[in-house]
Ligand binder design. Structure first.
Ligand code: ASP
Ligand code: MG
Length: 401
C-alpha cells in the first residue's frame, strides 16, 4: 500500500460543488487501495480577499497579524473537505500546520519549513483515515503562526511527500507544464516530463505553475512530482530526475516574466568596495537581485545594471540613496518597462551555440536586448515589452517549442 500526497489548489476548491468533486476523487483513490494525505489551499481567491481586508484597515499591517489572518483560508478548506469526505462514508480528519508539527523559521509571510512531525500522520493513516493538511502554514519556534509565501501550499505538499517517502501529485487549474505559457503562445506543447533542474529555473523565472521552493525540496529529496488538472481528464507532466532522452532536446522551455524592474547606476566609482557595498545594501533590505551587468571602467567610473522584483523598487532606491553618503553621488536610472525571456534546457550543458542561435533570432527580428545573464542550463535576456509577442514566437519556432 503506497502513501500518496495529493495537493489541490484554490481554483479546484472554489465552491462547495467543487469541494464535493474533489472529495469524490479522493474517495475513489482511497477505495483503490492507496493511503492518502491531502494538502489543500484556501478556496478560490480567499487569500487575496483576506489580504485586501487587512490593507483596507492599515497601510502597513504587521506581518505577524497577516500570517494569523491569511492562514485561516486553508483552515476553512481542510474542515469543509473533511466534512464532505466523512459524509460520503470516507473516514477523514483535518489538521492545521501546527497540529502536524510543521515547524518553520525565518520571516513572517515568507517562512521556510524546517521540520514536520510525521508520527501524527502515520498514526492517522494506520487508523485508515485520509489525512487532510492545511497548506501554506506552520508554526515557528516562538509558537507563532507563520505562512510560507504566496503559493506556498505546493511546498507544504512536496515537503510532506519528502518526509513520508511518498509520491506527490499536484492538482491544479492547468493540465500540466508547457514549453511556454499557452496563454502567451497557444501553440506551446505540453511536456510529458521535465527535470527538477529545468522546472526549478522555469518556476523561479515566472512560469507560475508551481512554487519554486517546492521543486527545490523535490529535487533535494528526489520526490517524484506529477502535475495535472484536478478534474483528471488528461495526462499531466512528471517532474523527475533528468534522463538521457531529456537531454536530446537543447531547449525544454521558455519562461516570460513581466514583474521585474531594471536599475542602472551610472558614474559609479570604480573602487574595490563600491560594488560590494551596493549589493550589500540591497541584501540588507532582503531584495532579491537577479540579473547583473557591469561596464569596464572609463575615467575610474563604471555603470552597473541589475534587475529586481518591481515591488522592491522603492526600497532599492532608498538603499541607493543611503549608499551615496558612502560612495559620493552617482546617477540612478530605473526602467520598469522590461520583459525577461529565459530559455531553459539541460541540453545546453553539452551543446554549444545556443546563445548564438537565440541572439541571432532576436537580431533577425530587430529586437534589442537590454541585459543578459546565463547559468549552466539557462540564458535570460530582457527586452522591451512591446517586442514580447514577436520574440516569443520567433524563439518558439527556432527551438521547436
Ligand atoms: N492560499 C495561499 C495563496 O493563495 C497558498 C496557496 O494557494 O498555495 O498564496
Ligand atoms: Mg499555486
Amino acid at each position: 500500500m503506497d502513501i500518496v500526497v495529493q495537493k489541490y489548489g484554490g481554483t479546484s476548491l472554489g465552491d462547495l460543488d467543487k469541494i464535493k468533486k474533489v472529495a469524490k476523487k479522493i474517495k475513489d483513490r482511497k477505495d483503490s487501495g492507496d493511503k492518502l494525505v491531502v494538502v489543500v489551499s484556501a478556496m478560490g481567491n480567499t487569500t487575496d480577499s483576506l489580504k485586501s481586508m487587512a490593507c483596507r484597515l492599515s497601510e502597513n499591517p504587521k506581518p505577524r497579524e497577516l500570517d494569523v489572518l491569511m492562514s485561516t483560508g486553508e483552515q476553512v478548506s481542510i474542515a469543509l473537505l473533511s466534512i464532505a469526505l466523512n459524509d460520503m462514508g470516507c473516514k477523514a480528519r483535518s489538521f492545521t500546520g501546527h497540529q502536524i508539527g510543521l515547524v518553520t523559521e525565518g520571516y513572517h509571510t515568507k517562512s521556510k519549513i524546517t521540520d514536520i512531525d510525521a508520527s501524527i500522520i502515520f498514526q492517522e493513516l494506520d487508523k485508515d483515515n485520509v489525512v487532510i493538511v492545511a497548506g501554506f502554514q506552520g508554526i515557528n519556534s516562538n509558537n507563532e503562526i507563520t505562512t510560507l509565501g504566496r503559493g506556498g501550499s505546493d511546498t507544504t505538499a512536496v515537503a510532506l511527500a519528502a518526509k513520508l517517502s511518498a509520491v506527490c501529485e499536484i492538482y491544479t487549474d492547468v493540465d500540466g507544464i508547457y514549453t511556454i505559457d499557452p496563454g502567451l503562445y497557444p501553440k506551446a506543447r505540453k511536456l510529458e516530463s521535465i527535470s527538477y533542474e529545468e522546472m526549478m529555473e522555469m518556476a523561479s523565472l515566472g512560469s507560475g505553475v508551481m512554487h519554486p521552493r517546492s521543486i527545490e525540496i523535490g529535487h533535494n529529496y528526489k520526490v517524484p512530482i506529477y502535475v495535472a488538472i484536478s478534474t483528471g481528464e488528461c495526462p499531466g507532466t512528471f517532474i523527475k530526475e533528468s534522463d538521457n532522452s531529456m537531454e536530446k532536446t537543447v531547449i525544454t522551455g521558455l519562461a516570460v516574466d513581466n514583474n521585474d524592474a531594471m536599475v542602472t547606476v551610472n558614474n559609479f566609482p570604480y573602487a574595490v568596495h563600491s560594488v560590494s557595498e551596493l549589493f550589500k545594501g540591497l541584501a540588507e533590505k532582503h531584495i532579491n537581485v537577479d540579473m547583473i551587468s557591469q561596464t569596464t571602467p572609463v575615467d575610474n567610473k563604471i555603470s552597473v545594471s541589475f534587475t529586481i522584483p518591481r515591488d522592491d523598487l522603492d526600497t532599492a532606491l532608498k538603499s541607493l540613496k543611503e549608499l551615496e553618503s558612502k560612495t559620493g553621488s552617482f546617477i540612478t536610472e530605473t526602467d520598469t518597462n522590461i520583459t525577461k525571456l529565459s530559455v531553459v534546457g539541460m541540453g545546453m550543458k553539452t551543446q554549444s551555440g545556443v546563445a548564438a542561435r537565440l541572439f541571432s533570432v532576436l537580431a533577425e527580428n530587430s529586437i534589442n536586448i537590454k541585459i543578459i545573464t546565463t547559468s549552466e542550463i539557462r540564458i535570460s535576456c530582457t527586452i522591451d515589452p512591446g517586442d514580447q509577442a514577436k520574440a516569443v514566437s520567433a524563439i518558439a519556432e527556432e527551438f521547436d517549442l
